[in-house]
Design a protein around this ligand. Structure first.
Ligand SMILES: [Zn+2]
Ligand SMILES: [Zn+2]
Length: 388
């Protein structure tokens, strides 16, 4: 419970409250009027955070609506922040850039050559999203994604390592003007949206997969149950109809009509029940951007010459000394994970392998970075791969 207590103490202090830490796991708070109103506390409140609380302490926990109230107190603050991380000069040495690139870059249809390495800073954008998936049950989760705005690379593994590092690093350093200048500008809204949208979708999909699997199992179980129940009823009526055989007479006719109507009613009810189930299990997903962090970090920038047929092109890949890892190569069509890229003939774009795949309609292979919307030959719509 230590983190919740520390967060509460810091937030209340920033809102003008006087805080005294008490043992075990409690805070004594002298709060100004707006804080008292927002939280529903008296002027002097004793807050307990652990299972062992002092007498008379108000229990604060993740349960209940305390997080909502603290969130209301926080308002829109903390939605965006910027931070710089630095490193001692000795740690930023990379002895064998060629070897690093061999591990980080895989170009099956082109050759590459390492050109030079420069020490600089880059700006990484880290976005955190909350998603809420609701069907018969509800699941909430957080996903983060990051880009190196200097190279266009997606930070996957590098991001996870950096998040661990930031959690350990207590000091919050604001970016200096020199570092800002070295890192360069950001992306415009359109470019950012084109990259972020498919990535968030992919991440949320991956994260909610266990929830979906469990939901499908419950749906299947309910469908089987509904089917078994109605199937029994229908079978019984059919059996009675069969028993009537070719019998004639008024009594037999009435029975036959009744059982035929019953079969029709059972079939109708079965369809209605299935529709109800489908409705109950329909999945609605809402995604909301919670937080953006502009992170300025030192990098070793590796310039690499790419050659394909008669063309050549220089690309940049950063090695991050803070986490001692290279980021994936840039990607101009597709999500940008992994190390494999195909190079296109016309403009030497780097894309995921799927970004050079044949057109599903006419079969001609073409580059999704050159032709993002439709096939150049048959004009079939191929949207779905992200363009930067
Ligand atoms: Zn086509
Ligand atoms: Zn291309």
């Amino acid at each position: 419970m230590g983190e919740l207590r520390d967060f509460t103490a810091e937030l209340l202090e920033r809102r003008g409250a006087a805080i005294e830490a008490m043992e075990p796991d409690a805070l004594e708070v002298l709060a100004p009027q707006p804080v008292r109103d927002a939280m529903g506390w008296p002027e002097l409140a004793l807050l307990g955070f652990g299972s062992q609380r002092p007498n008379g302490a108000i229990p604060i926990a993740f349960e209940g609506d305390w997080l909502d109230r603290l969130g209301a107190l926080l308002g829109e603050q903390g939605r965006w922040s910027e931070r710089q991380l630095t490193i001692s000069p000795r740690a930023s040495v990379l002895c064998d850039p060629q070897r690093v690139l061999e591990h980080a870059l895989d170009l099956p249809n082109a050759v590459w050559r390492f050109q030079r390495m420069t020490e600089t800073f880059t700006r990484c954008l880290i976005l955190t999203f909350r998603y809420t998936a609701i069907s018969d049950e509800k699941r909430e989760g957080l996903v983060s994604l990051g880009f190196n705005l200097g190279t266009g690379a997606v930070l996957d593994d590098v991001l996870m390592r950096m998040q661990r590092l930031m959690a350990q690093e207590a000091e919050w350093q604001t970016p200096s003007p020199e570092v800002r200048a070295a890192a360069g500008g950001g992306w415009d809204g359109q470019r950012l949206q084109a990259r972020v949208h498919p990535l968030v979708e992919g991440k949320v999909k991956g994260d909610r997969e266990p929830f979906l699997r469990a939901m499908r199992r419950r749906l299947e179980r309910d469908q089987n149950r509904v089917h078994a129940y109605h199937d029994d009823l229908r079978r019984m009526s059919l059996k009675r109809l069969a028993a009537l055989g070719v019998a004639t007479g008024e009594r037999a006719e009435t029975d036959r009509r009744r059982e035929t109507l019953r079969v029709a009613a059972v079939e109708r009810e079965y369809r209605v029940k299935l529709d109800d189930l489908r409705h109950n299990y329909a999945l609605r997903v809402a995604v909301e951007c919670l937080q953006a962090l502009d992170l300025y970090v030192p990098v070793l920038r590796l310039e690499v010459l790419i050659k394909r047929r008669k063309g050549e092109r220089l690309i940049r890949m950063d090695w991050h000394p803070l986490v001692r890892a290279a980021e994936p190569p840039p990607c101009e069509a597709g999500l940008g994970f992994g190390r494999e890229r195909l190079v296109c003939d016309d403009s030497l774009h780097l894309t995921e392998p799927a970004g050079q795949a044949p057109c599903p309609s006419c079969g001609k292979a073409f580059c999704r970075a050159c032709h993002a919307a439709s096939c150049p030959l048959c004009r079939a719509n191929v949207r779905g791969l992200a363009a930067p």
